[in-house]
Design a protein around this ligand. Sequence first.
Ligand code: ADP
Length: 267
Amino acid sequence: MRLPLYSNKIENRIHHVIVVAAGKGGVGKSTVSVMLAWALKRSGKKVGILDADLYGPSIRKMIPCDKIAKTEQGRHYPANTQGLLSLSFADFSNSLQSNSMRAPMIDQWIREMTQNTNWGTLDFLIIDCPPGTGDILLSLSQQIKIDNAVIVTTPQEIALLDVRRTIKYFEQTHVPILGIVENMSFLLTNGEKVELFGSGGGASLSQEFQLPLLAELPFIPKLGTLSDKGFHIFESSDPVYDDLKNEINRIVLNIALKKGGEPLFSL
Ligand code: ADP
């Protein structure tokens, strides 16, 4: 299944499009997208993040903006937060009315946010995809050239059933998957690892599909509040986020090195 309809309007200016996908919601896909975007930005890259989760856009809450997303003469401009560009479906006033959308509407919105948005020149566009392999992902695949995907999952089996379908979708559409991020793998209490949501899911997926396991991220109880307030881990000096920061930086490094293949970019 190849969906080669995208126009190359923005391809020349966005050098690398990475979709962050998951089988189901609530596994931390948006959180991981935002952390990756900040880590890439901090490594000196020009980065944009597109919240393509039309049914539950959450990125704007996590990335408040000092220069808001706007529309001028029919073109959209992403928000700018300390140099990180972002555009969320929530930035459009009619997004609130659009809880249920037929495929043509979804197509239209995805076109607005990709081809009709002035992203400028970017090293990376991170796309926070809705869970699963529905119309939004199909539209994205047709409207923008997706270079790579990162798969986010939690360790438990129920999440893994859905994530397999998502992995197969990228295989069928010939989008190389950079690897699997297992999120909320464990909670560290008094130096002991407590496995809140089972264990080994990411590792078994990695083995099954021969994909790198990029990281097993800890569950940090304070993270939800931090994100809800619009802060990211890299601007917090609380040592509780140190392991998470290291892991996210390691993912970026791993992606950059792209073990076994050509380096994706230099840091
Ligand atoms: P998704 O995009 O997959 O629906 P979110 O990124 O919105 O998931 O995360 C769901 C909830 O889990 C949010 O409240 C978020 O703050 C929280 N969360 C995500 N990852 C972690 C983590 N590693 N530790 C603690 N809370 C997390």
